[in-house]
Design a binder for this molecule. Sequence first.
Ligand code: PLP
Length: 369
Amino acid sequence: MVEVQTRIAPRKRVAAMKEYYPPLGSRKALRLDFNENTLGCSPKVREALAAITTGALTMYPEREPVEAVVAKNLGIDPSLMVLTNGVDEAIHVLFSSFLDEGDELLLPVPTYTMYEVYASATDAKVVTVLADDSLAFPQKQILAAITPRTKIIAVANPNSPSGTVATREQLLEIARRAPQAILLVDEAYFHFYGETVIDLLGTIPNLMLTRTFSKAYGLAGLRLGLLAGPVALMQWVRRVLSPYSVNSVALACLPAAVEDTEYLSWYVGEVIAARAEFASALDKEDIRHWPSQANFILTEIGAQHKEFVRLMSAAGILVRDRSADPGCEGRVRITIGTREQMKKAAAVLRGTMMVLRGAGTTPRTQKES
Ligand SMILES: Cc1ncc(COP(=O)(O)O)c(C=O)c1O
């Protein structure tokens, strides 16, 4: 391809941004690297998919009827929420709606990488507060970092990559102490935790919330999320949000996913049980890990983290090196799937550790186990 030269420059902030490449590539293995549902969505979604008509594909998508279904399922008024093209779009739109030059986005780190990416595309300043080694939510430091310029405080709850949480009381105190700012509580991993602040929506003037359908529901490929908050804030989000960013196929599938509560409860129960079993397997291997309320566990592998990820992958288990995250050198995040899958993962982990610790035994491959 001949590269055409151009003198057209992007905004300075965009030119300074690092390119973000999700390390996806070929993922024909047990995928414990992106916190997806490791089995797949409800079979009811496949039925909805098969029933999609040509008409539905021809017309522009209509979000509102499906928003009504989701709002009912969540027990909130539809005026408080919009569906988005994944939570990533919710974050992007929220930041573009509210972050001006001179504003500050306050982030406890390590946390979800895309907050910083979307903030970098605005003219706001990103202020980070580093958690200590326990990776517990740095409440005191967050409160101390609030300034009159703080405009958004984003808290993933449970957090990624740590799996640790902020309590309801901590969140409420932040909202109270920063009335000039939006407190965004990102509940992407809510189902594996069970605690929420959704019941407070619309009663606390600066509280907003996101949920995704990419994790427990197993619909990461359809790109579905939601952003919720008081009407007074949502009105600005609605101005910026594309009316058609959630496509008709995703909209046709979503009611089936949210209505199949039996499948969701089964899968979540399976992950929670597997999380406890896998934590014990890590203990047996003497691998430090952090208490997780999400569908993943952060582990301390140390200096051999790259080799660990490579060996696990060679044995058919993909895991995610989080060494580039602030304060996470040598740490690897492992998604939790079903009990059966995690038994397999634990066996491969055992073999990998033997190799790394110099026992000379090669890890069992997926085929062998
Ligand atoms: C905390 C958190 N928020 C949001 C997202 C993005 O979710 P979605 O797939 O809905 O864009 C992720 C994805 O990993 C996440 O970890």
